[in-house]
Design a protein around this ligand. Sequence first.
Ligand code: ATP
Ligand code: MG
Length: 204
Amino acid sequence: MAGSRIGVMGGTFDPVHHGHLVAASEVAGLFGLDEVVFVPTGQPWQKSERVVSAAEDRYLMTVIATASNPRFSVSRVDVDRQGPTYTIDTLTDLHEQRPDAELFFITGADALAQILSWRDSERFLRLAHFVGVTRPGYTLADGHLPEGSVSLVEIPALAISSSDCRDRVARGMPVWYLVPDGVVQYIEKRGLYRSASGARPTGG
Ligand code: ATP
Ligand code: MG
């Protein structure tokens, strides 16, 4: 659609939770967005302390969580691209798919601080407007970027994180009402997050 305003919500979504959905919905309302595209990351390359769930599981949970909202969609650009996910590649791919759209990259306060510390942040300020949203436990700041390139908005505070959701499942605690019902059921069906170390290895 020519001239449409598209929100881009990147994340690991392991699992997707109501904090993500409220952030996307709130920014869509405030900025008059036509659509918000959720973009689950590919399999991370970094040696981290935990194994991230299979990209297909994270992708499907994101589809389940967003299916009922006509303005929400899910993109496979990062899941299908080989190698690590870099925000610049995500934005470049989405821009190529919709050259006429104006992109609004939505991030929580924690992720925004990381992105703004990158040296080539100027490069993707050309591709998207950045919208930083408040997140309990983090301070929202716009760094030292050109005026007008980053907007900071306050959204309803939901102290929910994917880490905490995984931890809860591992401890046998409920995640009802923290994640959409269909995601609770998918986690159970696939046996995700049962081991104390976090997510299950890919595959299985
Ligand atoms: P993890 O604990 O595994 O890091 P997470 O809850 O931080 O998971 P991510 O997939 O890492 O979720 O986050 C995707 C995006 O959503 C990031 O920009 C993050 O800042 C934002 N976000 C996540 N949870 C919230 C929340 N409760 N409120 C506002 N923004 C959030
Ligand atoms: Mg996170």
